[in-house]
Every structure is written in structure tokens, then in C-alpha cells.
Design a protein around this ligand. Structure first.
Ligand SMILES: [Fe+2]
Ligand SMILES: [Fe+2]
Length: 315
């Protein structure tokens, strides 16, 4: 059975006690077998065992049921009985499957278009539940993959954009730009992306080209705005002018790219990777203010401080 006609989901987005309107399949030895039929409930003892198998690529639904799944998640977000931290988790996990697609689907244009609802769902959630940012932040940074990282950079940026007074339309554009900021890593070889330890000079040169690669990919899609392209192409520029690839400085750098520069570094510093120990949020911001001062827009860095330490409601 080919997985092309199927859409990957995270099992953790499905509450075991709630029946679904779509069938769920489990991938075993490259075959998809029915895991749960429409109307089934999962027995308690099976849940834990199965959740352990959910490495992010084992559970699927039929492509034609994708809209039903999206509605199902939306219903969960509107539920009166689910706690906000549960909702935040479901929203994040349901988005991760779409993000995986963004970095792996051969049809990058389709994947770019399909990631759009992720950001609108997050903005809706933030509007309906103002304390949601704290819960979303507390879920970030547990493991490092480009897609998790891109989503978390987007979540922090939505917080930062709100503190900076962005309107919903700009927030949406900023959030999407963040999801795509490292899209150029699709063109960097996996050996380099996954290498443990320092890159050699040639490898580093290739890695540093990901903003250009990203721009090339985004240029192919008519729905991507110039501001989103700037968020990608300029996110490794530095406020002081010694970044890459163009070495522009200060206000020459697009505001979205200045935001990504901050949320990108913050996420990298506070995320557990196999070869480093994550920094505590406060220490990471302190380091950005002191040792790395000069790289970031100082007003935005101050705003990031409020996002993390003043809005926070969840530990
Ligand atoms: Fe990057
Ligand atoms: Fe990044």
C-alpha cells in the first residue's frame, strides 16, 4: 500500500475516549493496516503501548479524510471540557505533521500552500485564549528537527509580533514567513544537517547557503509575499552588519527577518539536541543581550523578554 494517498498524523492529537469520524491506519513493516475504525474507542491498556510507537511517522489517515481531521482538531480547540494546555498540545502536534510534509514532500509548492492554516489556527487560539502563549511556549524546545524548530520559531514570533502591536494580517504573514525560514535546508545534504559536532569549512559553506536556497524555493510559489521571502533570505543577517549572505545591517534588515533572527537563536539555544545541553530561558536571553549584543534589534530583544517572562502563565 503506497502512503501517497495517506496523510500522516500524530496519534497524540486523538483523544482515546473520543470516537473519530475517520479511519486511522498504522504503518507496520511498510504496510498500512487499519488501526482504528470510524466509531471505535481505544482500550486503555492499548493506549500507552501504541503511543510509544508514535515516532511521528507511523499513523496515517486517508488523504480524502484530511478535511475531516482538520475539523476534528478545530472542534477540540473549541471544546469547553479540554484544558488550555491540552488544546495547546493538540494544536502543536497536529501542526507538526504538516510541518514534516513541508520539509519532505517532493511537491514543495503544495506543501507551502497547505501550511497556511497552521498559522491562522494558532492566531485564532491566541485570540480566544489569551493565556495560550504561555502554554505553547512551555511545549517548545523538547526535540530538535527542522520542522519542530520552524514551528517553534513561528510560535515565539507570534508572541513577539503581538507584543510589538502587529495586526492579525501582519501576524499571519510573519508566522508563515517563520515556518518557511529554513525551507532552504531541503537543499542541504542530510549528512551536514544531522552531523554531530562542528562542520568543516566546506560543509559550513553549504549550510550557509540555506537562505539563498530558501529564496529560490519561495520564488517558485506565487502565494509567498516579499516580506515572507525577506524573513527567510535575511534571517542570518546581523543588526551590526556582520551576518550573511548580504551583510546588511540595522533597519536595512526586514523587521520580520529581525524577529526570526531573535526567535531562531533563542530556540536553538534552549532546545535539547543530542550533542548539547539546552540553556535555561533566562540564561539564553541574557547571553543574547550580553555576549551576542549587537546581533539583534535591541528594541525587539526587549520585547522578546516580555514575551517569555511577563506573559508566561504555564511552567
Ligand atoms: Fe537558518
Ligand atoms: Fe532556523
Amino acid at each position: 500500500m503506497s502512503t501517497e494517498e495517506y496523510f500522516r498524523i500524530r496519534l497524540s492529537t486523538i483523544r482515546p475516549d473520543k470516537v473519530t469520524t475517520f479511519e486511522i491506519f498504522l504503518k507496520i513493516d511498510n504496510r498500512l493496516v487499519t488501526y482504528r475504525r470510524v466509531g471505535d474507542r481505544i482500550a486503555d491498556e492499548k493506549i500507552e503501548q501504541l503511543h510509544q510507537r508514535d515516532t511521528g511517522n507511523s499513523f496515517f489517515i486517508k488523504l480524502e479524510d484530511k478535511e475531516k481531521y482538520r475539523l476534528w482538531v478545530r472542534e477540540e480547540m473549541n471544546s469547553d471540557t479540554l484544558a488550555p494546555n491540552e488544546k495547546a498540545r493538540i494544536l502543536r502536534e497536529s501542526s507538526l505533521a504538516i510541518m514534516e510534509d513541508l520539509f519532505e514532500n517532493p511537491d514543495v509548492n503544495k506543501a507551502l500552500d497547505e501550511s497556511r492554516p497552521i498559522i491562522t489556527d494558532f492566531i485564532d487560539f491566541m485570540e480566544k485564549q489569551p493565556e495560550s502563549m504561555g502554554y505553547l511556549i512551555s511545549l517548545s524546545g523538547h526535540d530538535f528537527y527542522t520542522y519542530n524548530h520552524s514551528l517553534d520559531v513561528g510560535i515565539y514570533a507570534l508572541g513577539l509580533g503581538s507584543v510589538l502591536g502587529f495586526n492579525p494580517k501582519d501576524l499571519e504573514e510573519l508566522g508563515l514567513g517563520c515556518l518557511f525560514h529554513d525551507i532552504g535546508k531541503r537543499n542541504v545534504s542530510l549528512d551536514i544537517l544531522c552531523k554531530k559536532g562542528a562542520l568543516d569549512e566546506i560543509e559550513w559553506e553549504q549550510m550557509k547557503r540555506h537562505p539563498q536556497f530558501g529564496l529560490m524555493i519561495l520564488n517558485q510559489n506565487p502565494n509567498i509575499t516579499d516580506a515572507m521571502k525577506a524573513a527567510c533570505f535575511e534571517h542570518h543577517e546581523s543588526w551590526a552588519g556582520n551576518g550573511y549572505p548580504q551583510q546588511i545591517s540595522g533597519n536595512e534588515i526586514h523587521p520580520y527577518a529581525r524577529i526570526v533572527a531573535i526567535t531562531d537563536t533563542y530556540d536553538a539555544m534552549t532546545t535539547q539536541r543530542s550533542y548539547n545541553i539546552p540553556m535555561k530561558p533566562f540564561d539564553a536571553v541574557q547571553m543574547m543581550k550580553e555576549k551576542l549584543a549587537g546581533r539583534y534589534d535591541p528594541d525587539m530583544l526587549k520585547a522578546m523578554h516580555s514575551v517569555l517572562f511577563k506573559l508566561k502563565t504555564a511552567g
